[in-house]
Design a protein around this ligand. Sequence first.
Ligand code: MLT
Length: 263
Amino acid sequence: MTVQLYARDVGTGTPLVLLHAFPLSSAMWLEQRQGLANRFRVITPDLRGFGGSRLGTDEPSVDAMADDVAHLFRRLGLQRAVVGGLSMGGYVAMALCRRHPDLVLGVVLASTRAAADTPGVRENRLRQADVIDRDGTVQVLLDEMLPGLVGPTTYRQRALVYGRVRGLVQATPAPAAAWAQRAMAARPESFETLRGLKVPALVMVGDEDTLATEDEARAMADALPNAELLVIPRAGHLCAVEQPDLFNQAVAEFAAAAARTTR
Ligand code: MLT
């Protein structure tokens, strides 16, 4: 059963749907709502369980998250949109391309990967999900994941940005975090989906990202029939939060071109 997603919806123009990273919420897209709403209709949902959205009762899967987003399109009367996802949001964007390709005008894949988890990564996710369930808090993510979410430049020079990210992680409901870790652990690889994509794509990665690497971004861009790759300097995993101006400029140019060519 799909969950009705809470979504922030600002601006007018070509719709741009942005899907957030784990373990954050649509609050991470603050600078994108501010910087892009003068040219686009910027829609930033909270994926199920996060922010203002209920978790629902489905088994964990990124497909369920993608179906929620498709349902949101129908509810908002959107026929097609440029869909962008960062990291977990990218996994959901790729599932949307697989399950609901007609909704996608162009796709932005930031700090994400098309491969499925390695056994070690999967095991670690499932362990963290169990710890979250046991503790009833996301402390394990603050300890083990938060330090890798931003790059060294942000960590050393932009304490306010790091503090904001920490606040967003702390605000994540424990049941959503455990559910999403299990959903990501179960996700399939998406290279076949990327190879079959009919719309343009923009792949982005921060040059200081250690969670999703430049090599992984390059592999995605190589698999896509029509993609450009942008490496964002002095940014870690959360490149949209760490370098919002560069991120926004790239997305704006891409989305405007995608809207023109697929009109
Ligand atoms: C994210 O930022 O969404 C996570 O790093 C995704 C993941 O754990 O693979």
